[in-house]
Design a protein around this ligand. Structure first.
Ligand code: SF4
Length: 356
């Protein structure tokens, strides 16, 4: 499965493009003003470090007004992840975010206003060695194009903007074409992938809560990634960012775009369960995502499928009768309890991570 060949784009310490892994992004969901409090700021940095260990490579912040300049400058300096500023409407805010140290700004040139304002942003991006994402959205196309096929409209509009950027000597560009209709989004990305060689940021906009967002995103992004299209992605979910990162990794692993980390086998739990696999998994799933070892972990409720799945897994926790056991490569290691299972499992996963 070949990746589509793209230019190499630099976003702070990160490279985007076909020569590099597909990068997962998420977006900070609280107002910047809250980070004026030093404890909250430190907590935010800790959270970003956790995101990084979960597999996230880029963090995006809304930069809605200039009151946040000092906070945003501090974020750009101290963030463990490259920082993207999300800008709408106000070209001066984009310039300011770049001056604060943003490694990339996301703009929709269509809502910035005049072409000269877009040019100011692009030239400022070049001065700061920053990247720019041309982030188009089917709902905000120019009025004439909004009546027709959004996929065609987004592709032709993006190509026009790329042409402007190149005429101004700017090439550190990423493109996204999102629509609430998954089919429109898929067709737009497929089409533009054959017409230019800039990296593509994949996503389905306003995709909803976990179930609808993951389903729609998998349907669109899974097929694009399997076609070799896509260099960075965000799974937009109206829920915690950890789900966005986890969903991104699962999609990348499922289509074979990412190796390593935990592959999980778990039973849904039913009336036979002597071990509450569902509650246990809920408790440990974010921790599992931070395990770098390339391992298969099985979490099973009872003897019907527990020992069988333990045979295929590197490590397994399964209920059997009234008891709970820890297995390694199908061999029973020790009995555990609902309270000690997490500790035993992660102690072994830590050893396996060090050994690999
Ligand atoms: Fe039910 Fe046991 Fe199968 Fe889990 S492994 S779904 S508890 S029968």
């Amino acid at each position: 499965m070949e990746r589509r060949n793209t230019k190499d784009i630099v976003v702070g310490s990160l490279h985007l493009g076909s020569a590099y892994p597909v990068a997962i992004q998420t977006m900070w969901s609280s107002p910047l003003a809250l980070l004026a409090d030093n404890d909250q700021f430190e907590q935010m940095l800790t959270t970003l470090r956790t995101y990084a260990t979960m597999g996230c490579s880029v963090i995006r912040f809304s930069y809605p007004n200039r009151d946040e300049k000092a906070i945003f400058t501090r974020i750009c300096k101290e963030s463990p992840l490259p920082v993207v500023a999300d800008i709408h409407f106000d070209w001066k805010l984009a310039m300011e975010a770049l001056a604060c140290g943003a490694h990339k700004v996301r703009i929709n040139p269509g809502n910035i206003g005049s072409k000269w304002k877009v040019e100011e942003i692009v030239r400022c991006g070049a001065d700061h060695n920053s990247a720019i994402r041309i982030g188009l959205n089917g709902g905000s196309l120019p009025h004439a194009l909004r009546q027709g096929d959004h996929a065609e409209g987004m592709v032709s509009t993006a190509l026009t903007y790329l042409d402007w950027f190149e005429k101004w000597g700017f090439y550190n560009t990423v493109v996204s074409l999102k629509d609430t209709d998954p089919d429109v989004t898929y067709r737009a990305y497929r089409d533009i992938a054959t017409k230019m060689d800039y990296p593509l940021h994949l996503g389905v906009t306003e995709a909803g809560g976990i179930i609808s967002a993951v389903t729609r995103s998998t349907w669109v992004l899974g097929r694009l990634l399997a076609d070799g299209i896509g260099d960075t992605l965000r799974i937009s979910i109206t829920d915690d960012n950890e789900y966005e990162i986890a969903a991104g990794r699962e999609i990348l692993r499922t289509v074979g775009r990412e190796q390593g980390g935990v592959r999980l086998i778990s039973c849904p739990r039913c009336g036979r369960a002597s071990f509450d696999s569902q509650a246990f998994l809920k408790k440990i799933q974010n921790r599992l995502l931070q395990v770098p070892a390339d391992v298969t972990v099985a979490i099973m409720g009872c003897q019907v499928n527990g020992p069988g799945e333990a045979l295929h897994a590197d490590v397994a926790i399964t209920g059997i009768g009234n008891r709970i056991y820890f297995y390694e490569k199908g061999i029973l290691q020790q009995e555990v309890t609902a309270e000690t299972a997490e500790e035993v499992l992660f102690a072994r996963l830590k050893e396996l991570s060090h050994a690999q």
